[in-house]
Design a protein. Structure first.
Length: 250
C-alpha cells in the first residue's frame, strides 16, 4: 500500500472512530427546492435539541464528510453540539448519503414534498428573480421537479431506516399537528413552534430561501404566482411523479 493510500485509510479509520464514540445524532431533510424546507429547517434549528438550519450543499460519502459537517456546525454556532441532532437538508440529485455513512450514523430522515403546481411556479419565479436561466422556463423547472421526486421515490423504496413524511401544505395548514408529530418523533425535550430564530446566513443566497419572507421569524402562508402559467402536459408529468412519490412515502 502506498503512503498516500495508507494516510487515507488511517484518516478514514480515525473519522469512523470519532463518529462511533460521539453522542451526536443526525437529521436530514430530503426534499426539493421551494418546498418550504428553509422555514422547516429554521423551525428545527431553533430548538435547543437541534444544531443546523441551512443547506450545506454537500454529499456524505465517507466518514470524513460527517466529521467535517460536525466541525462546520461547531465553528458556526460556537456552542456545545454533543448530544444534539446535527441537521442538513439535501435538495439536489448530485448530493448523496452513502450506505456506509447511513449505517454508522443511523440518521433520521424527513421527506418533505410540496404539490407540483405551486412548487414549479415558485421555482420559475425564483429563476426569474435571481437571473438563473436554469429555472426560468416551465420545462426546465418541471424537469428538475420530476427528476428530484423520482430520486426521492428511489430513496424511499430502499430506505428501511427511521423516516417521517411531511406534506408541505400541512406544514402551513396544520402547523400545530405537524410540529407536534415531529417533536414526538424526534424525542425533543422542548416542543417545536412556528416561531424561529434568524441566523447569520438566513435569507442569503446559497444557504436556503433568499426571499424576505424567511426573515419574518414565523411560519406563514405566502401568496402564489398566478401570473405564471405551466403547460398542462408538463403539469400532468409533474403530478405523476408527485403522486408516485407520495404513495411510496405514505
Amino acid at each position: 500500500m502506498s503512503n498516500i493510500n495508507m494516510r487515507k485509510t488511517l484518516s478514514e479509520v480515525k473519522s469512523k472512530f470519532e463518529i462511533q464514540f460521539s453522542n451526536s445524532k443526525y437529521l436530514f431533510i430530503l426534499s426539493h427546492m421551494r418546498s418550504r424546507s428553509s422555514v422547516l429547517s429554521h423551525i428545527l434549528g431553533s430548538n435547543e435539541g437541534i444544531c443546523g438550519y441551512r443547506e450545506m450543499h454537500k454529499s456524505y460519502v465517507n466518514y470524513k464528510d460527517v466529521v467535517n459537517m460536525k466541525a462546520t456546525l461547531k465553528e458556526e454556532f460556537k456552542d456545545e453540539i454533543e448530544g444534539r441532532y446535527l441537521l442538513d437538508k439535501i435538495l439536489h440529485n448530485n448530493q448523496e448519503i452513502s450506505r456506509k455513512v447511513i449505517d454508522i450514523t443511523n440518521p433520521k430522515f424527513i421527506f418533505l414534498l410540496r404539490e407540483p403546481e405551486s412548487t414549479i411556479k415558485s421555482i420559475i419565479k425564483m429563476g426569474i428573480t435571481r437571473g438563473n436561466d436554469l429555472y426560468k422556463n416551465p420545462k426546465d423547472a418541471t424537469n428538475y421537479y420530476c427528476s428530484r421526486l423520482n430520486r426521492l421515490s428511489e430513496l424511499a423504496e430502499v430506505q428501511n431506516r427511521d423516516f417521517i413524511f411531511v406534506d408541505s401544505d400541512d406544514l402551513v395548514k396544520k402547523t400545530d399537528s405537524v410540529l407536534s408529530s415531529l417533536t414526538g418523533w424526534l424525542g425533543l425535550e422542548s416542543p417545536l413552534t412556528s416561531d424561529y430564530k434568524i441566523f447569520n446566513n438566513t435569507g442569503k443566497p446559497s444557504h436556503g430561501d433568499p426571499s424576505k419572507n424567511i426573515l419574518g421569524g414565523k411560519l406563514m402562508k405566502t401568496g402564489g404566482h398566478p401570473e405564471i402559467e405551466i403547460p398542462s402536459q408538463l403539469l400532468q408529468e409533474a403530478n405523476v411523479s408527485y403522486e408516485r412519490c407520495k404513495r411510496i412515502l405514505t
